[in-house]
Design a protein around this ligand. Structure first.
Ligand SMILES: Nc1nc2c(ncn2[C@@H]2O[C@H](COP(=O)(O)OP(=O)(O)OP(=O)(O)O)[C@@H](O)[C@H]2O)c(=O)[nH]1
Ligand SMILES: [Mg+2]
Length: 215
């Protein structure tokens, strides 16, 4: 897939913005997944996210250019508490991430679901479940069957992938594109500006990609 930097003329056209938040325990790979999706490859080094990092990618679905705004949230409570309200405000899609090599990160998904429910995220907001670090085959602690049952029980699609393995890049893309396609199908989503708060730790990667809807 060819990636190109957004041109000024594209930026001046009003695009629909889909706000997708990525949540889960610290160290499960949220930053690496969002970085991979936005065309940044796998970061050589990664530090715990403080507050939130924003990344954006413009995608094209059925002839419409859409800005996918990814909110890469902090997994550590001390780095997230003051921003949690902002994460959930006007959210369009939620990506829940666990680490397939860390059972506790899978069990903690219940807490993340509770947080999501506690912020009254409407049932219509699509959610997906992602088991990351599948490249670490020898260390897997979360069986696929267990994850699949959990996903089914919570009406989510499950993706098992690796942000690190370049051969999984398409799979990582499908995570976000599946949400974007569902959102595009909900035609009522309005055109609107970004509602993001200021980030002290902002690293943005922009790209334009033509995508075939994986849904
Ligand atoms: N082997 C492997 N390591 C990964 C993968 N994804 C991320 N990592 C590593 O896991 C560690 C944590 O990754 P991050 O993306 O920073 O984790 P995070 O979920 O954003 O963590 P917080 O920002 O603290 O919430 C880093 O050392 C990454 O290099 C993966 O798919 N495979
Ligand atoms: Mg992070």
């Amino acid at each position: 897939m060819a990636l190109a930097t957004s041109s000024v003329s594209e930026d001046s056209v009003q695009l629909r913005i889909f706000k997708i938040i990525v949540i889960g325990d610290s160290n499960v790979g949220k930053t690496c997944l969002t970085f991979r999706f936005c065309g940044g490859g796998f970061p050589g080094s990664s530090e715990a996210t403080i507050g939130v990092d924003f990344r954006e990618k413009t995608v094209e679905i059925d002839g419409e250019k859409i800005k996918v705004q990814v909110w890469d949230t902090a997994g550590q409570e001390r780095f997230r508490h003051s921003l949690v309200e902002h994460y959930y405000r006007n959210v369009h899609g939620v990506v829940f991430v666990y680490d397939v090599t860390k059972l506790s990160s899978f069990h903690n998904l219940r807490t993340w679901l509770q947080e999501c429910e506690g912020h009254a995220v409407p049932a219509l907001v699509p959610r997906v479940l992602v088991g990351n670090k599948c490249d670490l085959l020898e260390q897997v602690e979360v069986p696929s069957g267990l994850a699949l049952n959990f996903a089914k029980a919570h009406k989510m699609v499950l993706f098992e992938t690796s942000a690190k393995d370049p051969s999984q890049a398409k799979n990582v893309e499908k995570i976000f594109m599946s949400l974007a396609c569902q959102l595009k199908a909900q035609k009522s989503l309005p055109y609107r500006g970004s509602n993001r708060p200021h980030s002290s730790n902002e690293r943005e990667v922009a790209g334009v990609a033509k995508n075939i809807c994986p849904c």
